[in-house]
Write a protein that binds this ligand. Structure first.
Ligand SMILES: [Zn+2]
Length: 443
């Protein structure tokens, strides 16, 4: 179906010829809120979070084409839902466009796992999100606008560091996982956030009412349904999602027959994409990918979990303000002031809430990670709390750390982040004043 012929787009809230009504009459000028169930609103399917099958669980419907079908708070596409709204406001997108899902199904199988059942092990993503076109085929054919919240495809990635690693002999090409020119074949999955509010509240140790109130008030009353629709338990938050890059045997992730290497990487655009040398993010990501390739080549799998949580989920503006505060510190950019300056600007050191991070491992059916490429105790502890075993923690080799990033590394080590005792691990608080980064006048 293609219904996005732009010249036919009617004013907002009006329906296209032949499309279902939007819930507003063409001459109606007031805004219809979804705050209260309307009479005759019997067509929205119920969601039974954690039910054993997709049919019993019910579809997640966040699309706006027919408001009577909606059974969640918020809209699809995370933060990009705002751009969708802009496109509709600008008359560039039909408000009742429905996606044509022909041939969009996953490139590999991620089958249902025991961890998908129950309302506690997965609370921040929809485990059926990649399977909706098949599981809800009948409902979609009957006119329900049910959209995938997970998409799985294949890719070939080209990173210059892999060529350097090949040249150095650290890794070797195998012609399938890693090619002679340094390219790597991967399966990748994009995952949008789908929050089961009672489960999120329980994970954070607060009441659902506290959670709903804070989300409502602290987003400038963006979602009134949080307060008025306690019958709606699922929220599609306007935040970034997760991307997975899987190396080697995808089926091995759930069976765990062979080794699994993994890095959980929280976004750092400056380093990950542009190679900024103030932190260790891209080197750590590269190190993680090398370990993933090695595990895959030994018959296992490698997994990179890439979370859109820029600047410890405080955002890039806060992050750059902190960089300036650090670099203008009278004592210089010292490791001693690393966390303190973040707290001065943001009021808190970190809002990534690693408590939600293990959900994606439960979605994949992972019960054990053999090689965990991370020094974060918060990530390690979150995995342990979910009963996912981490066999060996692998820190970044010293020779992969940029010079200016030694401030970050020493601050983290002194704060108790994991080290294996073989590298420049013994950092005490007395040493921290000596580790200095580049001043703002040195660029
Ligand atoms: Zn970084």
């Amino acid at each position: 179906m293609t219904s996005d012929k732009l010249p036919d787009v009617p004013p907002i809230g009006h329906n296209l010829p032949g499309e279902k009504p939007l819930g507003k009459k063409p001459d109606q000028t007031h805004i219809v809120l979804s705050s209260h169930p309307r009479k005759g609103n019997v067509s929205a399917p119920e969601i039974h979070w954690g039910a054993a099958t997709a049919k019993e669980r019910g579809p997640v419907i966040g699309s706006q084409g027919n408001p009577q079908q909606r059974n969640v708070i918020g809209v699809h596409s995370g933060a990009y839902g705002v751009y969708r709204a802009l496109a509709i406001a600008a008359g560039k997108l039909s408000p009742v466009h429905r996606p044509d899902l022909t041939n969009t199904f996953p490139s590999v199988d991620i089958p249902p796992q025991p961890q998908w059942q129950g309302s506690e092990r997965i609370v921040s993503i929809d485990p059926w999100g990649h399977l909706v076109a098949a599981e809800f085929r009948d409902e979609i054919a009957a006119g329900f606008d049910i959209r995938p919240t997970i998409a799985i495809t294949k890719a070939r990635i080209q990173m210059p560091e892999m060529q350097a690693a090949l040249a150095s002999g650290r890794i070797k090409a195998d012609g399938h996982i890693l090619l002679e020119n340094g390219d790597a074949n991967v399966v990748k999955a994009a995952i949008e956030p789908v929050w089961y509010l009672p489960g999120i509240a329980k994970r954070l140790g607060i009441s659902e009412t506290q959670l709903r109130r804070a989300l409502f008030e602290q987003t400038g009353a963006m979602f009134s349904d949080l307060i008025t629709r306690h019958d709606r338990k699922v929220f599609l938050p306007p935040i970034g999602g997760i991307t997975l890059y899987i190396f080697g045997d995808v089926a091995n992730l759930a069976t765990g027959k062979n080794e699994i290497a993994c890095r959980v990487h929280d976004e750092c655009n400056g380093s990950d994409v542009f190679g900024s040398d103030i932190c260790t993010c891209r080197p750590y990501l590269v190190h993680g990918i090398e370990e993933c390739i090695l595990s895959a080549q030994r018959g296992g799998s490698g997994l990179i979990v890439y979370n859109r949580k820029e600047g410890r989920a405080l955002g890039e503006v806060v992050k750059f303000l902190v960089y300036n505060a650090r670099k203008r510190n009278p004592a210089g950019d010292t490791a001693a002031a690393y966390f303190e300056k973040t707290e001065c600007v943001a009021g808190v050191q970190d809002v990534r809430f690693q408590d939600l991070m293990p959900d994606v491992f439960n979605w994949l059916g992972i019960k054990r990670i053999d090689r965990w490429i991370s020094m974060s105790n918060m990530k390690f502890d979150a995995m342990a709390q979910h009963g996912i075993e981490i066999v060996k923690r692998i820190p970044i080799p010293d020779d992969m750390i940029p010079k200016d990033a030694s401030v970050e590394m020493d601050a983290k080590k002194a704060a108790g982040y994991f080290t294996d005792g073989t590298s420049s691990a013994a950092v005490t608080s007395d040493d921290l004043a000596d580790t200095k980064g580049r001043g703002l006048d040195k660029y």
